[in-house]
Design a protein around this ligand. Structure first.
Ligand code: HEM
Length: 184
C-alpha cells in the first residue's frame, strides 16, 4: 500500500518535471519564432485580437479558480466547490495561455526592450507556477470535502497563498506591460 502511494507520488513528480520542461520549451519557441516572423499588417491585427481572446479565456479562468480558493480560505465555501471549479476551469487556463504564446509569436516582440523582457519573464512565471500548482490541486483531491482551510498544516497554507499571489502578480505584470507596449 505504502509503496503504491509513493510510486504514485513519484509518477506525479515525473509528470510535473515533464510539464515544467514542456512549458519552458513552448515559451522559448514562442519568443524564438517571434524573432523570425514579420507578419503583414492584417495578420498582426488578427493575432492581436487572438491575443486578447487568449487573455480573456486564460486570465478569466485563472481568476475563477483563485476567487474560489479565496472563498475557501476565508471560510465562505467548501473545498469541494474549489475542486469542482479547478477541474472545470483548468483547461481554459492552459488553452488561454497556449493561445497567448501562439499569437504573441506573431506580434513581433521587441526583445531589446527591458519592459518586454520583464513581461516575458512574467509569462514564464505564470506557466511554471501553473505546473507547480498542480501539486497543490492534486493534494486537494485527498482532503475531506468539508475540510477547513485553517485546519491544514501551516506550511501547506503558506505554499497555497504564495502560489496564488505569485500567479496573480505574474498575470497582471504581463497584462500591464502588454498594454503599455501597445500604447507607447
Ligand atoms: C500570460 C501571457 C500574456 C499576457 C497576459 C499578455 C498580455 C498582453 C496584452 C494585454 C497586450 C496588449 C494588447 C492590446 O490591447 O493592444 C499584449 C500585447 C503584446 N504582447 Fe502579450 N501577453 C502574453 C504573452 C505574450 C507572449 C508570449 C508574447 C511574445 C512572444 C507577447 C507579445 C506581445 C506583443 C509584441 C504585444 C504588443 C502588440 C502590439 O501592440 O502590436 N505576449 N500582451
Amino acid at each position: 500500500m505504502t509503496s503504491t502511494l509513493s510510486e504514485k507520488r513519484r509518477r506525479r513528480q515525473r509528470r510535473r518535471i515533464i510539464a515544467y520542461a514542456a512549458v519552458t520549451v513552448a515559451w522559448a519557441a514562442s519568443i524564438w519564432i517571434g524573432t523570425l516572423l514579420a507578419p503583414p499588417e492584417w495578420l498582426h491585427t488578427l493575432a492581436l485580437f487572438g491575443h486578447l481572446v487568449g487573455l480573456v479565456i486564460g486570465l478569466g479562468a485563472a481568476l475563477a479558480i483563485e476567487w474560489h480558493a479565496l472563498l475557501w480560505a476565508t471560510g465562505w465555501s467548501s473545498v469541494r466547490e474549489l475542486r469542482q471549479v479547478d477541474q472545470t476551469m483548468i483547461l481554459p487556463v492552459w488553452a488561454g495561455l497556449a493561445v497567448l504564446l501562439a499569437t504573441g509569436a506573431l506580434l513581433q516582440p521587441h526583445l531589446d526592450s527591458p519592459a518586454t523582457a520583464v513581461k516575458l519573464g512574467a509569462v514564464l512565471v505564470v506557466a511554471l507556477n501553473g505546473v507547480a500548482l498542480t501539486r497543490w490541486t492534486g493534494d486537494l483531491a485527498r482532503i475531506p470535502p468539508n475540510a477547513r482551510f485553517q485546519a491544514l498544516p501551516r506550511g501547506i497554507r503558506v505554499r497555497f497563498v504564495v502560489s496564488a499571489v505569485v500567479s496573480q502578480i505574474a498575470w497582471w505584470t504581463a497584462v500591464f506591460i502588454g498594454m503599455l507596449n501597445s500604447t507607447t
